[in-house]
Design a protein around this ligand. Structure first.
Ligand code: 26W
Length: 829
């Protein structure tokens, strides 16, 4: 505890004030009477950074001196959100900083609002990476995050007349105090060109030489990752693409100034923008180039560090320790190209034999799968590979040949059908490289992200691979960091837990909250718990009013669905229920019901027409309902624009109900489900992804579970699902869908919402929304009954919150350490 005594750190209130004022003057070049909020925010960050950098240096030196084994988390996305409050909490400086600023007439919570979100990710996968690096640092594990320094993160969403408009997100336009440029660690990577085969007269061998057409410079930007309670500060290293210094002077000298500028712009395009798709592979060349760019820069960085410690007196590098020192985790298939890249470096540049190289290579890599959706499984046309990465294509062919003739032939002798299925190359009119297959062959471990998902990865996605390598497949259930998702976003609840337990140990050992079970029935504790929930709802009501103009009653039930928009996540099912409920109230104005606020937050991929149509429908239906005096405010529908991490932090603590209603078998895990449950929301959900494990912990009786199971979904589909049967037999479904055909919600424009009805009927309702509707409606009815019993509700909400220990991302990371990485903790100082 002593190292966290803010006084012993020279971070008493007075010290902090002095530091902030100092940085206001000397770093920001302004003064107390002129400073804007933004300057105050940056000065505060600079004051915090004094400590962060000290620990960063300590950590790096300790890791280097001990030559520790480290994990390298390669991810195309890190959805970090804001860092100020999080870093202050992790350093135990939040309160002292808040007090210092108060003396200076500034409110810390206000200041935190100055920080733009670092939205370098789409959704679940990117946010998981952010939670994982927090946990890695907290557990004092040597780790580096590697990704792309996108100039523009995920688009900012505006809603114009109910429709989504995408605007650029320039998160660092006015500077970001948490990133440090490291020009001393610049890397260069190559692209395109051709491969020359050189025949050696001496030993008859063939040597391959890649003559690339282009070089790109990777400039690293480091974001310190501050662990909670510990002294470890790890690094998230993000690569920015630049044209190399040396580039194209010839063109320049020949007077090709403008051409040279264009060339430079092309190089800088690579890290310009994050692709906003989170489930359909667009097949764009630039995306493959992005993937190669950051994977290759990261491997070069890893090798540079390895060589520093393992170069022999002779000048030769000893690679025998490589797999003992280096673990590389592939966050989905996006960084797969790192596998052939490492083989290329070993074989072409470092002179290792193929087998020697391969023996190191597969031990280094492990792969996490995050989705089973066929349209999300990455495949790249061979012709694109030939153009962009010709040498890598050859290496992939060689990995494939050895696999098919080796392990595959051994287990499936002469079985050409299975060989065609397992091949890294898909044959057809356009031959494709299958990145998932390459990951499985090139990794020593493959994991899914929740128990049910891992089972499906093994049994449905890669069954034949599992016959070859049964032990390769494992499960690591996802988790979220309780630092951001409880301590920081719900400080009053955190305080209640700490005071009641007499300790804040739960912030790292989340299982400790189970000791509060005896209070779940305690009237006084329930009162306090529900008062906090109510206060959070009052706050959110203010935000809703400010953002949308809609007035909501904090006494109503707050029912929240926040996640990317996708048909498998079934926001349209939520909407259908709202339509049915609205009709019930219109038909029976005296209907006894708890006022119900349906809140959505969601971005649609810009090219995903149906997803955008669903956003439009939610907004139009909401407009009509919210302004219909006949229903006396019993239903409100709110679509919160620009859903992002910082908005999630305001929504989650205020939720009564958490909607997790994906078609069973489609949501790999979900992580929002965990955050909402931790903060005392009751899950209205299907038996899918981590929902299954959440209710296993919290008790099915404390949640509202409905719908077809994974097996039932399979059999309904196998038996020929016909959505028309449900439409014809269920009056409420028919009425709701027909309503979408009219102009009731879009006066003067009939049929604007009809596309949703069409997808659910003519389109075949791929995600079985109609099949689950009745069961969903019944679950809503059960929730209503639960909510009417205040004590019962409080008890269930508390039990959900305090039984989520398993979903601490520290536990997930410990599982990776035990099953995949075999890392050791390294205490700093
Ligand atoms: C190629 C386009 C693309 C881009 C991103 C396809 C797929 C992705 C991601 C894998 C999508 C994603 O974020 N998946 C989510 O990962 C979370 C973390 O494991 C899970 O909790 C979610 O269930 C899963 O949808």
């Amino acid at each position: 505890a002593s190292s966290f005594d803010s006084a012993s750190l020279n971070y008493t209130k007075e010290d902090f004030k002095a530091k902030i004022v100092h940085h206001l003057h000397s770093t920001l070049g302004t003064s107390e009477n002129k400073a804007t909020k933004q300057s105050w925010w940056k000065a505060t960050c600079a004051a915090v950074n004094e400590l962060v950098y000290e620990r960063l240096t300590q950590t790096q030196q300790t890791h280097a001196n001990k030559d520790t084994r480290a994990v390298h988390y390669l991810s195309a996305e890190f959805l970090m959100g804001r860092l100020t409050a999080n870093n202050l909490h992790n350093l135990h400086l939040f309160n002292v900083c808040s007090d210092a600023l108060k003396d200076l007439g500034i409110n810390l919570t206000d200041l935190c609002e100055e920080e733009p979100d670092m939205a370098l990710g789409n959704g679940g996968l990117g946010r998981l990476a952010a939670c994982f690096i927090d946990s890695l640092a907290t557990l004092n594990l040597p780790a580096l995050g590697y990704g792309i320094h996108y100039e523009n993160g995920l688009f900012r969403q505006e809603i114009h007349n109910g429709r989504q408009i995408e605007r650029p997100d320039s998160w660092r336009e006015y500077g970001n105090p948490w990133e440090i440029c490291r020009p001393e660690s610049i890397q260069e990577v190559a692209l395109g060109g051709y491969v020359e085969t050189i025949y050696s007269e001496k030993d008859g061998s063939l040597k391959k030489v890649w003559h690339p057409a282009q070089k790109i410079k990777g400039v690293p930007w480091d974001i310190p990752v501050v662990g909670y309670n510990g002294t470890t500060v790890n690094i998230l290293r993000l690569w920015e693409s630049k044209a190399p210094e040396s580039f194209d002077w010839d063109v320049f000298n020949a007077g090709g100034y403008v051409d040279a500028q264009a060339e430079k712009a092309r190089a800088e395009t690579i890290s310009k923008v994050l692709y906003p798709n989170d489930s359909t592979e667009a097949g764009k060349i630039l995306r493959l180039v992005q993937q190669y760019f950051f994977s290759a820069c990261s491997l070069k960085d890893i090798l540079r560090r390895y060589k520093r410690a393992h170069t022999l007196a002779s000048g030769k590098v000893d690679y025998s320790e490589f797999a003992n020192k280096i673990a590389v985790q592939l966050n989905d298939t996006h960084p797969t190209i790192a596998i052939p890249e490492l083989m290329r470096i070993f074989v072409d540049e470092e002179g290792l034999g193929w087998e020697e190289a391969w023996n190191i290579c597969y031990k280094v890599f492990s792969y996490t799968n995050h989705t089973l959706l066929p349209e999300a499984l990455e495949k790249w046309p061979v012709y694109i590979f030939e153009r962009v990465l010709p040498r890598h294509l050859e290496i992939i062919y060689e990995i494939n040949r050895r696999f098919l003739e080796g392990e595959c032939e051994r287990v499936f002798p002469g079985n050409d059908f299975i060989k065609a299925k397992l091949s890294l190359i898909e044959e057809g009119s356009t031959r494709m490289v299958r990145m998932g297959n390459l990951c499985v062959v090139g990794s020593h471990k493959v994991n899914g992200v929740a128990a049910i998902h891992s089972k499906l990865v093994k049994e449905d996605l890669f069954p034949e691979y599992a016959q070859i390598w049964n032990d390769k497949f494992c499960n690591v259930t996802n988790g979220v960091t309780p630092r951001r998702w409880m301590l920081s976003c719900n400080p009053e609840l955190a305080k209640l837990y700490t005071e009641t337990l007499g300790s804040d140990e739960w912030v790292t050992k989340l299982d400790k909250l189970k000791d509060l079970k005896k209070y779940a029935d305690n009237a006084d504790f329930q009162k306090k718990f529900m008062a906090i929930k109510h206060a959070n709802k009052v706050k959110l009501a203010t935000v809703i009013k400010a953002e949308t103009g809609i007035e909501v009653d904090p006494n109503a039930l707050f029912d929240i669905q926040i996640k990317r928009l996708h048909e498998y996540k079934r926001q349209q099912l939520n909407l259908l229920y709202i339509l049915a409920l609205y009709r019930r109230v219109l038909e029976n104005p005296d209907l006894e019901m708890t006022p119900h606020v349906f809140i959505f937050g969601s971005k649609a991929a810009p090219g995903y027409k149906m997803a955008k149509d669903i956003i439009y429908a939610i907004n139009k239906v909401g407009e009509r309902i919210n302004n219909d005096a006949r229903i006396k405010g019993k239903i409100k529908v709110v679509f919160m624009p620009n859903y992002r991490v910082s908005l999630a932090e305001k929504l989650i603590p205020a939720a009564d109900v958490s909607q997790q209603i994906s078609t069973a078998g489609y949501e790999a895990s979900g992580t929002g489900n965990m955050k909402l449950a931790m903060n005392g929301a009751i899950t209205l959900g299907t038996m899918d992804g981590a929902n299954i494990e959440i209710v296993e912990e919290a008790g099915e009786e404390n949640n509202a579970i409905f719908g077809l199971s994974v097996d039932e979904v399979k059999s309904v589909k196998a038996n020929g699902y016909n959505p028309w049967d449900y439409y014809n037999r269920d009056h409420e479904i028919k009425k709701a869908l027909d309503w979408l055909d009219s102009d009731y919600f879009t006066p003067g424009f009939p049929g604007e919402l009809a596309g949703i009805k069409r997808a659910l009927l003519e389109g075949g309702d791929t995600y079985l929304a109609l099949a689950d509707f009745r069961s969903y409606s019944d679950a809503h009815a059960r929730l209503e009954k639960m909510y009417a019993n205040k004590k019962g509700w409080a008890k269930s909400a508390i039990l959900n919150s305090i039984t989520m220990g398993k979903f601490n991302s520290d536990r997930s990371i410990q599982d990776y350490v035990d099953q995949v990485w075999s890392l050791e903790t390294c205490l700093v100082k």
